[in-house]
Design a protein around this ligand. Structure first.
Ligand code: HEC
Length: 159
């Protein structure tokens, strides 16, 4: 009896999974744009989270913790490397989307990608600052990384 339930469950699960795969394959351009926009916004939400809950908070007075500070910067390095990829799909011609991305991202993609790479380079150097200076380097790290976020927002994100 238990075995039969288990087998029925497995069959049901595998057919549900294949329905899922079919749905993914049949996404309309609008659905794909919405999914891609949600993913790129998630990358930025996590960038903000990574900064705000580690070195960013420490620069504002939260107790210094070397491991947490470094983990925050490591996450910024990792997430910044995803930026070019999550903007691979040009969603500028899809109407009805909820996005603050400026359309020129896709006519200046090399410049946009370079700004993402700048953030990676800066965050990589910031990790070294934390390794050598520890707590004394926290404000320097914020002062280095913050403007790299702002530089891109000034050009490629609406207010
Ligand atoms: C290469 C360009 C670029 C860089 C670098 C960049 N951003 Fe952004 N950011 C954008 C764009 C474009 C959007 C709008 C995305 C959308 O709405 O589709 C955005 C959106 C955001 C959002 C709003 C997310 C949401 O929808 O809720 C936050 C928060 C954010 N960025 C934080 C950061 C932080 C923090 C950094 C630096 C650690 C950073 N960004 C670096 C381009 C960039």
């Amino acid at each position: 009896m238990m075995k039969r339930i288990a087998v029925t469950g497995a069959v049901l699960l595998s057919s549900l999974l294949s329905i899922n795969v079919m749905a993914a394959a049949e996404q309309t351009p609008e659905q794909k744009a919405a999914a891609d926009i949600a993913n790129r916004q998630a990358v930025f939400k996590l960038l903000s989270f990574s900064q705000g809950n580690s070195y960013g908070a420490m620069a504002r007075g939260t107790a210094y913790n070397a491991e947490v500070a470094k983990a925050g910067v490591e996450r910024v390095i990792m997430l910044s490397k995803m930026i070019p990829e999550v903007f691979a799909n040009d969603t500028s011609k899809i109407t009805g989307t909820t996005t603050r991305a400026v359309n020129t991202i896709w006519t200046s993609k090399a410049d946009f990608d370079k700004m993402a790479a700048d953030l990676t380079t800066t965050a990589t150097a910031a990790l070294e600052t934390l390794n050598t200076k520890g707590e004394a380097g926290v404000k320097e790290v914020v002062a280095a990384i913050g403007p790299k976020c702002g530089a891109c927002h000034d050009v490629y994100r609406t207010k």
